[in-house]
Design a protein around this ligand. Structure first.
Ligand code: AMP
Ligand code: GLY
Length: 421
């Protein structure tokens, strides 16, 4: 089969490395991919948001199956467009991808169907939002309605910070139209868990749980990033919690989307907080998480392509999805300065035999050399029998990868270690 993967980061690289193991795969094209993936797929210089380009490429190259990985093309309707020309896809159609594309949609969905989440109010005008802040308790959480590269959430510690956040979203349009409407919600506390789940719209099969590390610096300090590292499984996510989440969150969400005429097929990402009052949904994503995928898929023992096609065809069953009982740790190596401004173009070198464990995100080729070309440059994943060994191995391998100014957190998995003791 000829497979097309839309997207270009570490998550896509992890998906590609996994589907390459499937005997059905003959050729993998990735749009746009990055030069770090050259050994695993054919990179095609078409952007992930260029729907016309994607559709034309798929038609001309007689693609048999497409995997649309990032949020933007899903929300824009890439799956709808590809289906129109007869190409089956992994990923939700636009009318279901809205579960990530609009926070107001997802909050209203949860309220309507009794799915546990933080209490909230929606504002479409700035004045009432500012007025509401007078009577809010703090900290409070301000969220832009639309997609904002994972940066549209502000935890305001006091009224002044909250006013700043609302104004920068609604008046200064820091996130463009994504901030024309905002959600102001209750601040929750508790450990966070990411659960990615396969679904064909009827059956939902959760993957192994994971823990992201969103802040730039050790001890969860510094700015929010796209994610600086992950471990799987997440020790807070016990089998009791998993059972409760299936009953109160996963199945009700799939059923709610069906009731709304918005059947969700693909990977649904549940960002959960285990609060003192039970698990609650912090956010939904309509896709695999990044860098969660870089620890979840290396632990998958089943054929990923077969599972994906079952999601598309409506034939998913629980026994198709098997995970190993090992542990995984991914450490992201970023450009110095990320998530603020940083320099690019530094040569990336890795000791021989290392590339099998590297997922490239921001890399390009210049004069035959692989050089940095983004904030998050790559992730190094290690799998081992227990969490401690996986973490140790990941950091050993990080030492074998070099580029000028490389920045990475030294404490990925530390909290998980403490929790598992
Ligand atoms: P999101 O972009 O929705 O994943 O939010 C980014 C981060 O903000 C989450 O991972 C949480 O750590 C935090 N967050 C979001 N909503 C809340 C909330 N209601 N209470 C506390 N923290 C939150
Ligand atoms: N790691 C969080 C996300 O993919 O949105």
């Amino acid at each position: 089969m000829k497979i097309m993967v839309v997207g270009g980061g570490g998550r896509e690289h992890a998906i590609i490395k996994k589907i390459k193991q499937s005997p059905a795969v003959e050729e993998i094209y990735v749009l746009p991919g990055n030069a770090g993936m050259n050994k695993d797929a054919v990179c095609v210089n078409i952007g992930a948001k260029d729907l016309d380009g994607i559709v034309n490429f798929a038609k001309e190259n007689k693609i048999d199956y497409a995997i649309v990985a990032p949020d933007d093309p899903l929300v824009l309707g890439a799956v709808d467009r590809l289906n129109e020309i007869g190409i089956p896809c992994f990923g939700p159609k636009a009318n279901a991808a809205i579960i990530e594309g609009s926070k107001i949609f997802s909050k209203n969905l949860m309220k309507k169907y009794g799915i546990p989440t933080a209490g909230y109010e929606v504002f479409t005008e700035m004045e009432p939002a500012l007025k509401y802040l007078d009577s809010s308790s703090y900290p409070t959480v301000i969220k832009a309605d639309g997609l904002a590269l994972g940066k549209g959430v502000v935890i305001a510690m006091n009224k002044e910070e909250a006013i700043d956040a609302v104004k920068s979203m609604m008046e200064d349009r820091m996130f463009g139209d994504s901030g024309s409407r905002v959600v102001i919600e209750e601040f929750l506390t508790g450990p966070e868990v990411s659960v990615l789940a396969f679904t064909d719209g009827k059956t939902v099969v959760p993957m192994i749980s994971s823990m992201d590390h969103k802040r730039a610096l050790d001890n969860d300090e510094g700015l929010n990033t796209g994610g600086m590292g992950t471990v799987a499984p997440n020790p807070y996510y016990t089998s009791d919690v998993a059972e409760q989440c299936m009953k109160d969150i996963f199945l009700p969400t799939i059923n709610a989307m069906n009731s709304e005429g918005r059947t969700f097929k693909g990977c649904l990402y549940f960002g959960l907080m285990l609060t003192p009052k039970g698990p609650k949904v912090i956010e939904y994503n309509c896709r695999f998480g990044d860098p969660e995928t870089q620890v979840v898929l290396p632990l998958l023992e089943s054929d990923l392509l077969e599972i994906m096609m079952a999601c598309t065809n409506g034939t998913l069953t629980t026994d198709m999805v098997k995970f190993s009982d090992k542990h995984a740790c991914c450490v992201i190596m970023a450009s110095g300065g990320y998530p603020k401004s940083y320099k690019s173009g530094f040569e990336i070198t890795a000791e021989d035999g290392m590339t099998a464990d590297i997922y490239f995100a921001g890399a390009k080729e210049t004069d035959g050399k692989l050089v940095t070309a983004g904030g998050r440059v790559l992730g190094v994943t290690a799998v081992d029998k227990d969490l401690e060994s996986a973490i140790a191995k990941a950091y050993e391998n990080v030492k074998k990868v070099n580029f000028e100014g490389a920045h990475y957190r030294k404490d990925i998995g530390k909290r998980a270690m403490a929790a598992s003791k």
